[in-house]
Design a protein around this ligand. Structure first.
Ligand SMILES: *Cc1c(COP(=O)(O)O)cnc(C)c1O
Length: 459
């Protein structure tokens, strides 16, 4: 007689997902619903692992601790040991200020549990994601045949674009005699060098101009002397200083040398939707690939990077995975799995799509312009202050400035004290070999007056 698995393994019932979970759903969704509409606490901060271990005890046990206790620990101990990215005075790194529509739809996206790798299983979700991507392609001035996929972040987006670029170069020209290379400035994001390491290619560093920008002229000279360059990476808003490369000049040089142009707009790409700075992006219509992170300046929660290709078929040729069971899948229409370094994926573009559809693109434009305006007001006031020096007028929404006469230690002490008190999160960085202070504005709820009040302590 064949023993039934139920007899062999008494344990959680295999029916439904382990019984009536309504209380769990109510508790968790209830907490989430309340968190979405509650202001973040700027004093929330990381704690040492030993402290957390003492505060939580062991949570993963053979019997389980139950949802009440697990949720209590998350609410009271774990969540407060994370940083509030959306606090209006969190101006470090690139913070994030997702809309409530986007955050709440992140819950809906999880609940829908779509495999959004192939059209066959995710058509409806992919269709919506594609409408959001189409908006980005329109901002770029790209043809309707362009398209892409949402990946987890700019790092994966950059890597995927560069893999497509190298594959295309190899198909067109064969392998170089020496090593493959990509060209960028020293201000290109760290993820570009990380991608080069993963791909085992070299990086040719192009000297930037006085603001660190990549220009056509300098790029042209480097491309003339460097064989094996399969891609140029240009920044549309460097993370550190927010400056945009000379994209038109860069596109000219790339065309002249037949090299793929990838534009990294992970942070700054949102500026494409802002008329006041759109001119800085002139030339981007000629790029081959582009990324922008909705989790940075497009008001979506982590994690989402929009990766788009002018000719998606080139990406498909580089990335599509083949396996006997996968080849049974109908790959007609649009298959996001084929466009990046991944296979299984959630429809992580849906929160962004839902918010965009709900509020309309005009509100996006207004919200992005607001950060730019705030950055300008703060920069102008800094420029007028005796004790502060503005490094340069901001291009997008990053402001770099110095406190006259301060050394590294003074910057660090000031910065950590105010962070600890929950007043403002403003960290020092390096710019042209000097320690300076940096403010990154992506939150429309940030008021210039509050920032300036917090900066008073620099006197
Ligand atoms: C943030 C950033 C990245 C990396 O994006 P992740 O989403 O953090 O992986 C790449 N490039 C630029 C310009 C960025 O600002």
């Amino acid at each position: 007689m064949i023993e039934s698995p139920d007899d062999a393994h008494p344990g959680p019932p295999p029916s439904s997902i382990w019984g009536d979970e309504t209380p769990v759903v109510d508790a968790v969704v209830g907490w989430a619903a309340q968190r979405v509409v509650t202001a973040s606490d700027p004093k929330w901060t990381a704690r040492p692992a030993s402290e957390l271990a003492a505060a939580t005890g062991r949570t993963v046990t053979p019997e389980g601790i139950g949802h009440d206790e697990a949720l209590r620990l998350f609410r009271e101990v774990l969540a407060p040991a994370t940083r509030a990215q959306d606090d209006p005075l969190n101006l470090a790194y690139i913070p994030a200020a997702p809309t409530r529509a986007a955050i709440s739809f992140d819950l809906a996206t999880s609940a829908a549990n779509v495999f959004a790798g192939y059209w066959e299983s995710g058509a409806g979700a992919i269709h919506a994601e594609n409408q959001a991507l189409a908006w980005i392609c329109t901002l770029l001035g790209w043809p309707q045949t362009a398209g892409g996929v949402f990946v987890s972040g700019g790092t994966t987006g950059n890597l995927s674009a560069l893999v497509a670029a190298r594959h295309t170069a190899e198909q067109r020209h064969g392998r170089p005699e020496g090593r493959w290379r990509l060209a960028c400035t020293s201000d290109a994001h760290s993820s570009i060098r990380a991608a080069a390491r993963v791909m085992d290619v070299d990086v040719v560093e192009v000297p930037g101009d006085e603001l660190g920008r990549l220009t056509g002229e300098r790029l042209d000279a480097v491309l003339r002397d460097s064989p094996g360059v399969f891609a140029v990476v240009s920044s549309a808003g460097t993370t550190n200083s927010g400056v945009v490369d000379d994209l038109a000049g860069v596109a000219d040089a790339c065309e002249r040398h037949g090299v793929w142009l990838h534009v990294d707009g992970a942070y700054g790409g949102a500026g494409l939707a802002a008329p006041s700075v759109r001119h800085l992006f002139a030339g981007i219509e000629r790029a081959d690939s582009f990324i922008v992170d909705p989790h940075k300046w497009l008001f979506a929660p982590y994690d989402a990077c929009a990766l788009v290709y002018r000719q998606p078929e080139l990406a498909r040729a580089a990335h599509a995975q083949r396996a006997s069971y996968l080849d049974q899948v109908d790959r007609a229409e649009w298959n996001p799995s084929d466009l990046a370094v991944h296979l299984s994926r959630r429809a992580r573009g849906l929160p962004f799509w839902f918010s965009l559809a709900t509020h309309g693109t005009d509100r996006y434009t207004a919200a992005i312009e607001r950060s730019i305006a705030t950055a300008r007001v703060v920069a102008e006031t800094i420029d007028d202050s005796e004790h502060l020096t503005l490094c340069f007028a901001p291009h997008l929404s990053v402001v770099l400035f110095e406190r006259v006469g301060w050394d590294d230690e003074q910057y660090r002490t000031w910065s950590t004290t105010l962070a600890k008190d929950g007043v403002i999160l403003c960290l020092p960085t390096q710019w042209q070999g000097r320690t300076v202070l940096r403010l990154a504005f992506v939150n429309p709820a940030t008021h210039a007056a509050d920032v300036l009040a917090a900066l008073e302590s620099l006197r």
